[in-house]
Design a protein around this ligand. Structure first.
Ligand code: XMP
Ligand code: MG
Length: 183
């Protein structure tokens, strides 16, 4: 598949699987007592987080419900501005719910920072973030991310939900693109 387009594998399929098991155990333990109040609500950010969200949901040892949001951030193709527009909002009210935002990748953190403010204003019982990947710039901004899968170098990555021009989302691993693809 995509012969020659992927320059290197950054995170293998097995490493993703192992990490999700680890995160699920940790999240499961952290939310064990909240479970008595209501099911944990996973809020996935479309489309990149879909693969991670569905695998995480099945690995978690407690009942979860799934909601999705789609947002677009204004800015150049490679960096976001922090100005965000909701393309698809949640289907339900999250007031009083324990909410866990599921992200594919945090780069500048601007999108997430906006999302946290937006969801916080809806008065959930709790609000945390899990991201599969985090780039170095994200560490500089002050966005509270409780669960991080992998800290990766500042390279453009694709696969396992992440795209370049809507392609490569279906790869089961995370890799870097051959520069020839951009040309
Ligand atoms: P910020 O900068 O607001 O943006 O944290 C995060 C969003 O930017 C996209 N993004 C990427 N998408 N490969 C991708 O396919 C990447 O390497 C990459 N880096 C950032 C992504 O949509 C993420 O939600
Ligand atoms: Mg994208």
């Amino acid at each position: 598949m995509y012969d020659g387009d992927i320059a290197s594998t950054l995170v293998t399929e097995q490493a993703i699987r192992d990490k999700i098991a680890e995160l699920a155990a940790q999240i499961g333990a952290d939310y064990a007592s909240e479970q008595a109040e209501s099911d944990l609500l996973l809020v996935g950010v479309l489309k990149g987080a879909v693969m991670f969200m569905t695998d995480l949901a099945r690995a978690l040892p407690l009942p979860v419900q799934l909601e999705f949001m789609a947002v677009s951030s204004y800015g150049s193709a490679t960096s976001s501005s922090g100005v965000v527009r909701i393309l698809k909002d949640l289907d339900r009210d999250i007031a009083g719910r324990h909410v866990l935002i599921v992200e594919d990748i945090i780069d500048s953190g601007l999108t997430l920072s906006w999302l946290l403010k937006n969801l916080e204003s809806r008065q959930p019982a709790s609000l945390q973030v899990v991201t599969l990947l985090r780039k170095p710039d994200a560490v500089k901004v002050d966005v509270p991310v409780k669960y991080v899968g992998f800290d990766i170098p500042n390279e453009f990555v694709v696969g396992y939900g992440l795209d370049y021009a809507e392609r490569y989302r279906d790869l089961p691993f995370i890799g870097t693109l051959d520069p020839a693809v951009y040309a």
